[in-house]
Each structure stands twice: as structure tokens, then as C-alpha cells.
Design a protein around this ligand. Sequence first.
Ligand SMILES: [Zn+2]
Length: 413
Amino acid sequence: MWMAGYASRTGPSEGVTQDLFAKVLVLEDGQGGRFVTLTMDLIGIPSSLRSSVVEALRKQHQLPPERVFMNCSHTHCGPEFRVGKSLYLEVMDHGDNRSAEYGAWLAGELARITGEAIQRLAPVKLSATHARCGFAMNRRLPTRLGYKNSPYPDGPVDQAVPVLEVQGADGKLLAVMFGYACHNTTLSFQQFCGDYAGYAQEYLEAAHPGAVALFVMGCGGDQNPYPRGKLELAQQHGRALANAVEAALTVTQKQLVLGPVKAAMGTVVLPFAPPPSKAELEKLAASTNRWEAAHASMQLKKLEVEGKLASSYNYPVQVVKLGSDFTLVALGGEVVVDYALRLKQELPKKSTVWVAGYSNDVMGYIPSRRVLEEGGYEAGGAMLYTAHPGPWKPEVEELIISKVHELDRQLAE
Ligand SMILES: [Zn+2]
């Protein structure tokens, strides 16, 4: 298949360096309330994929959508399957129709493995713990010419490694869910591979036979793994992250996580900044930059067919509580690190506040007000590779954060 992740790719995958996985963790509390986590070694989650999975799980298992949490590792060495969601397939025009087939097959598989896990429910002990890992670095280097994608050791980071340990009645590790806020982009070669997150999961599963390791991407929109570019480096970062998880598991006084499971999900209408005029779009459509031209042509077509461009996007926010001391916030899109740092400060903190990005619908970058005002790739430059008309309005941060607080208060009642 054609590969996702980089606009500079000129051919399909040439092989498999590491298998890609979808994994599921189903938790059920004493009242039969369930919470499903689905993690995937894939670039993103189109809203259509989530809709299909949620619909199947509702029909087959009576699961409400707010109890289904989907997260992708954002590996840039996976298949491109986001048909109609990215300009990528259209601009590449490679005549590969397997992308749509793959998306449909994947939705079925995600529902199927969830059903299998439900069949295998067993008593477990859940513990929350955490450690740190240092290879993530801010990638927005301020220069005289604006923000450049380059290591910036003085920029904000979130190097926390949250861990949820799942032990069977005999104390054996059955599953370990762990997070990190860093682009999964050590690699850019023409091979399928889970990158550092794939290796961290592989090493943990090798060290704990029979256990399933699930990686959850945090708010790593503006974070990169450094150094990068070679397979050995992806493996080194994977080893470093696996070591951090092992360190977290050695903690003797972990936080016991109890039920009940409570979950809430809401939509925020995120506004786009005013788009270019028709005349400006026509000028851009003639650009020699093929991405600029394709993006403008797409907007012009939309203008012609629908009479207007999109003015907002329905953005998903999910909050899940396990008992009263464990809170998971799942945000859509490529969320920058400011969101995690802010929410971990602001949410009522008894013990665990885990903030995941790249969840449920990955529609593009989600900059903070700071990043939007600074400008650069994550602030709006990257919108060129999406179907969106352009950058967000600066108020998106407040809208998202307020929704998280609203859902959190709702669950605390
Ligand atoms: Zn990205």
C-alpha cells in the first residue's frame, strides 16, 4: 500500500520492518459498566473509522460511544487509508484503491477484537504509576524567519510516562497501557514499522510473555524524537521508553485504581479563521507548489458545489474516570503539548490525570493560543495537507479546555 506521513514520499511501501498492531483493553467494573481502549500503530483516525467502530460496538455489545476510546500511535511508516480526509491520495494520484478497502477491513477487525476481549473478561487488579523518558524534545525553533521544525531544547515538553498496570488474580502482568507525548517520527523510510512506539511495545511484550502492551499517544503535536532518521534510533527510543515503563512498574506504592467506570463525551464547534477570498484561491490554485495548488483547487470545488467553505469543525472531547482518582482526557487531533501541561495543572488532582492526544478523530493539528499566535507549521502551515480551509481561530484552546472542565465536573457529580 501507499504509505502515510510525508508529503515527500514518491512510492508505495517496499516491505515490512515491523508488523503493525491494533490492540484492545476492555475494562468492566462491578456493575457491568465497560470501558474499551483501542490503540493502533497507524498515522491517524478518520472520523469515519470511529463512526463505523462505535456503531458496530453499539449494535453488538450495547456499548455507548463515550465508553470507547480510540488512539493512534501516529507512526509515519504505516499505510495511508484516510480516503477523502487528506489531500495526499488525490495529489499523489497513484491509482491504489486499497486504501478504502483497508479502512473498511480495519473497522471490522477493531469491532471483532473487542468482542473477543469481552469474551475473555477476567478479574484483574489495576494500578496507576508513572515515570519519565527524555528523548522527546520541542521541535519549534524560534528563528528570525519564524518557527522552524528543528530541535529546540528550551521549548515546553511533557516527558511524563503514565502507566496503567493490569495484573491477573495471580499477580501476573496481563496488560500494560503507557503513554508518551512525542511524534512517532524517528523514521521516514519505505518500510512498514511502528517506529519508537512499536519497538517500546515489542520490547515490553518480549520481557513479559503473555502480556499485551498498548501505546497511547499524548499531546506530542509539537514534539519530535531526537536524534532521528535511522532504524537503530527508533529502536533506541523504543528501548528508552520501554525502560521507563519498567521503571514505573517497579514502584512499590502504586495507586490502586478502582471502579466505577464513568465516561462522558462532547463536541466542541471549533471555528476556522476567515478563509481566503475566491480571487485569492484562484491565484493559489495556479501556484507551482503542487500542495498549495491542490489545496486551493479543493476549496474552489467546495465553493462551487456547496456555495461556501467550512467555517467550523465538530471536535470530539472525551473524559473517562476510573473510580474517583483516575482521569483520562482524550482529545482529537495532533494536540500540542500546552494542552496536557495546562490540564494537568488545572484539573482537580487527586492522583492520575492522563491527557491523550491523537484520539477518536485526528483531523489536523490542534495548536494552543500561544502556538497559533507564534505561527509556523503546527499553527496553520500544516492545514495545507488537509481538507480544511485554513488555520483555526485563536479561541480554540479556551473552547477545548472549557469542554474538558465541563465533562470532568459532570462526571464528578
Ligand atoms: Zn504529525
